[in-house]
Design a binder for this molecule. Structure first.
Ligand SMILES: [Mg+2]
Length: 250
């Protein structure tokens, strides 16, 4: 029977620019078996095309843009097409704003502020974004992950930038990413009939999302959760890496 397999990316398929060993071959094998493969990432930095390209470049698996559900795309579904949007984020957030039909502005008169990972984030942008939010702009966060894993160490995630805007404005944002409803609605449009399995490395996002939807879940040891650490919610399966996923599919 065909399964929907939702893979988190960072810590599951790759770490930075390094593939998890065997990830590409595993994805090819699952694809060839006819399963619906979807990639769900709270990383908002890339467009769907850039994200698919990275999966191809790093793992060798021929990922397509229509397999990508990013937190930037989820945030985009919350933007009013008539909005004037101040962006804190990179290409992925810019694509989501454009697809929503809204326009981008750089001033504090913005009526919507979308905050994702922004590698050139600085005091000036924090000042403008927090001022717009304090003045009443709708505050949308792509996700609240405070860190993400690279091969060398944990790095600050979008959640750390969101926290800065939240602190400076005194306003709590709407969170679009995993495990929230907005991301789950985006994913549901990409699923086919059949069982759903979520494969991830973070209990608070990947496992929590599977838990609330009643999906089977798989925790891999290649990401932020140390092997053997106690986690909540508990996954259906716990494996060393993505290469063990085919053996879990009935
Ligand atoms: Mg991850």
């Amino acid at each position: 029977m065909m399964s929907n397999l939702i893979f988190d990316l960072d810590g599951v398929v790759y770490l930075g620019d390094h593939a998890v060993a065997g990830a590409g071959e595993t994805l090819e094998r699952l694809d060839a078996a006819g399963h619906n493969i979807v990639f769900c990432t709270n990383n908002s930095s890339r467009t769907r095309a850039q994200c698919a390209e990275k999966i191809r470049r790093v793992t060798g698996y021929a990922a397509r843009p229509d397999q990508i559900a990013s937190s930037a795309m989820a945030a985009g579904t919350l933007i009013d097409p008539a909005a004037r949007v101040l962006r804190v984020g990179g290409d992925g957030v810019a694509e989501a704003i454009k697809l929503s039909g809204a326009s981008e502005v750089s001033e504090i008169e913005a009526d919507t502020v979308v905050v994702g990972i922004d590698f050139s984030f600085d005091y000036d942008l924090l000042d403008r974004a927090s001022a717009a939010v304090r003045n009443g702009a709708t505050f949308i966060a792509t996700n609240r992950d405070v860190t993400y894993p690279s091969r060398e160490r944990l790095r600050p995630g979008a959640g750390s930038i969101v926290a800065a805007v939240e602190a400076a404005s005194g306003v709590v944002p709407v969170n679009a990413g995993k495990p929230e409803l907005t991301m789950r609605k985006l994913l549901e449009q990409m699923l086919v009939s059949g069982p759903v399995m979520m494969i991830g490395d973070r209990p608070d996002t990947d496992l929590a999302m599977a838990d609330v939807e009643g999906w089977r879940s798989v925790l891999v040891d290649t990401g932020v959760t140390p092997a053997g650490a106690a986690v909540t919610p508990e996954p259906t399966h716990r494996v060393g890496s993505i290469v063990e996923v085919p053996g879990l599919i009935r």
